[in-house]
Design a protein around this ligand. Structure first.
Ligand code: UDP
Ligand code: MG
Length: 336
């Protein structure tokens, strides 16, 4: 979890340090991949002719990964390593990478050589054309069909539809971000894949390009079908955040009203059967249904009001602004 605010580009420039590009990679038991990966990555970055740093986040590896990374860092000060205390998962590892990155452009990547460092130059070209986020799209993905590609394709379509940000491949790690768009995101669960969505909501220009994808040659994938289920839950959160975060009562209140309406209908029908057909209330599920629905309706509405209170605390305690500004002209005081 983030402890401090990410510095803005201006703050870094004022301090006069920080490379142009930060590539960060979560590493979990990738001992055999680190050598060849570091070689290819360095080669690709040298060709750019820009200043860079490479940040490896060791996510509690139990193999020799951290030793390999230490060796790399000892040879080159531009290689920086953060070792997490335990295995927190890819998203948390990426958060750590973002928090420690000093570059103006941030590029996350997998450490298993499934992403190709040679694609970085193409991502940067797009950024240079004025985009804030460039997402990689593994057009020719080399993973298992049934457990990975099909669920992922369904999930990508769902996410695109629900978020209103049409991308083919949210799950692709290789992306490029301008620092500004990351300064306000907090990552939970499997949510690193949703960064382009947050960015777009905050007014960023988002695009995608096809990138290469290779089969894993060493080590094992850490995921299977279960990840898709987590992604679906995160999607529900995203939808809630996007549509109801500022007004949860709209959601809970609607559910409450539906329950109350159902309660009213079943109550009326119960009385109809009692007085017209002379059926005893005890013999009817409708009367019970009416009472359950009534209680649920009231509950939902109160839950909504509670949620409203929580949301206010959430926004106010963190001093979250209700709007974000892209540019200020002729305004001296940045704090307004
Ligand atoms: N990873 C991590 N922590 C974890 C699981 C994975 O840091 O708990 C890293 C892993 O080392 C790799 C990246 O996240 O660099 C993607 O993992 P993986 O290749 O297993 O996922 P897949 O490509 O199969 O989706
Ligand atoms: Mg992989």
């Amino acid at each position: 979890m983030r402890e401090y605010r990410l510095k803005t580009v201006e703050e870094f420039e004022r301090e006069g340090r920080g490379p142009e590009i930060s590539v960060f990679l979560p590493v979990y038991n990738e001992e055999e991949n680190i050598g060849p990966l570091d070689f290819k990555l360095r080669q690709a970055l040298e060709e750019l002719g820009r200043t860079y740093e490479i940040i490896y986040v060791d996510d509690g590896s139990t193999d020799e990964s951290l030793d390999r990374l230490r060796e790399r860092a000892a040879q080159d000060p531009r290689v920086r390593v953060i070792a997490l205390r335990r295995n927190y998962g890819q998203t948390a590892a990426m958060s750590a990478g973002i928090d420690h990155a000093r570059g103006k452009i941030l590029i996350p990547m997998d450490a298993d050589l499934q992403n190709d460092p040679a694609d970085i130059i193409r991502l940067l070209e797009k950024l240079d054309r004025g985009y804030d986020v460039v997402s990689g799209w593994r057009k020719d993905r080399k993973d298992k069909w049934l457990t990975r590609r099909i669920p992922s394709s369904i999930a990508n379509r769902l996410i695109s539809k629900i978020s209103g940000v049409p991308l083919h491949d949210y799950g692709c790690s290789l992306k490029a971000y301008r620092r500004d768009v990351l300064s306000d995101v907090k990552l939970y669960g499997e949510m690193h894949r949703f960064i382009p969505i947050y960015a777009k909501w905050a007014g960023a220009r988002v695009t995608e390009i096809p990138v290469a994808h290779h089969a894993r040659h060493a080590g094992r994938s850490k995921y299977g079908l279960s990840r898709t289920i987590k992604v679906v839950f995160d999607l529900i959160t995203i939808k809630f955040m996007s549509s109801y975060l500022t007004k949860p009562l709209y959601l809970f209140g609607t559910a409450g009203l539906i329950c109350l309406a159902l309660s009213f209908i079943s109550g009326l029908s119960a009385f109809y059967y009692k007085f017209v057909h002379d059926v005893h209330l005890n013999r009817m599920p409708l009367a019970t249904l009416a009472m359950i629905m009534f209680a649920m309706g009231i509950q939902f509405i109160f839950m909504g009001l509670l949620a409203e209170m929580i949301v206010r605390t959430y926004h106010e305690s963190q001093g979250k602004p209700t709007y974000l500004v892209r540019e200020r002209i002729n305004i001296e005081d940045e704090s307004e």
